[in-house]
Design a protein around this ligand. Structure first.
Ligand SMILES: C[S@@+](CC[C@H](N)C(=O)[O-])C[C@H]1O[C@@H](n2cnc3c(N)ncnc32)[C@H](O)[C@@H]1O
Length: 298
């Protein structure tokens, strides 16, 4: 559908309530994918509508009967069109996403934050680590920098190295590190996994690397095609990054340190093809696994 036709469909809409219902019904019927930061079509409709009107989504119910100005109609409808017809994720349209309760700038240069490691970062990787004893942290594949920032806040005494192979991603991470005032504590480096880190040792290494296998890449919802392929694709079995991380990390860990890895659906390939790694699987509070830790020798 073209933009002009979409505008005509919305010709009779006037109030916030009208626009919210319109987007909600159309998003639900179009079966948009809601796994990139918002849980339901209704929540995505509310976020787009509210943020385009400079409101918070939870404020919409106070204003349901308010009418949109002509300029507001255009900007709101353009956001709905991008979401429904172009399948652009809401986080990219709004250029904002949340991780560990913190706001981040995002655009198509980085993955939209949604790591299974989030609750374990918030818990400070207890019981394996004591926050006041963690002096150096490494994050591999930092993307938007969301995990590096959350780690710096959770471990206030630690210095954080955050690496990515993508210069584009590092440019976005730099914006977020600066927005959170953490330039003194987070060092951003371009590195292919550990390549630029010779001789370094860390108490905690964290990574949410690419781990989508070839079959799953071919079946991704259209929304995921807006994300960098480099952030998702990891070869035939999804292990292209996970295996080198598991093999090389021990040489970069302090005695008593830990590696925390998100594996997602590559968990099964790892378990069946590589039982040699002594992994401790982390049960997510919402159920299921998909993340693990590897303990360095003390
Ligand atoms: C799944 S994203 C994770 C981004 C961010 N940590 C998050 O959780 O939202 C994976 C990131 O790893 C980066 N990456 C891919 N291959 C890499 C490699 N060989 N070395 C370093 N980073 C890599 C990608 O550019 C991408 O930013």
């Amino acid at each position: 559908m073209r933009w002009q036709e979409y505008r005509e469909l919305a010709a009779g809409l006037e109030s916030i309530e009208d626009f919210w219902r319109f987007a909600y019904s159309r998003f639900a019927r179009a079966q948009i994918d809601c796994s990139q930061g918002y849980q339901t079509p209704k929540a995505e409709a509310a976020a787009l509508l509210a943020r385009r009107l400079n409101l918070e989504p939870e404020e919409l119910p106070d204003w349901t009967r308010a009418r949109l100005s002509p300029a507001e109609r255009e900007t709101v409808l353009a956001a709905f069109f991008q979401r429904e017809i172009l399948r652009r994720p809401t986080a990219y349209i709004l250029q904002e996403a949340w991780f560990a309760g913190l706001r981040f700038y995002v655009d198509e240069r980085v993955l939209i934050p949604r790591s299974l490691l989030e609750p374990f970062i918030e818990a400070g990787f207890a019981p394996w680590l004591q926050a006041d004893r963690v002096a150096r942290i490494l994050e591999i594949g930092t993307g938007s920098g969301c995990m590096a920032v959350a780690l710096a806040q959770r471990f206030p005494q630690a210095a954080v190295d955050a690496v990515d192979v993508s210069a584009d991603a590092l440019a976005v991470a730099a914006l977020n590190v600066a927005a959170h005032g953490l330039e003194e504590r987070i060092r951003l480096l371009q590195s292919d996994l550990f390549a630029a880190l010779a001789g370094q040792r860390y108490d905690l290494i964290v990574s949410n690397p690419p781990y989508v296998d070839a079959a799953a890449m071919a079946a991704l919802p259209p929304e995921y095609c807006h994300e960098p392929r480099l952030a998702l694709a990891a070869g035939a079995d999804g292990l292209d990054c996970l295996l080198p991380l598991l093999r090389e990390a021990p040489a970069y860990l302090q005695p008593g340190g830990i590696l925390a890895l998100e594996t997602g659906d590559a968990e099964e390939a790892l378990l069946t093809q590589h039982p040699e790694f002594p992994l401790i699987w982390l049960e997510h509070p919402a159920g299921g696994y998909g993340a693990c830790v590897l303990l360095a020798e003390s």
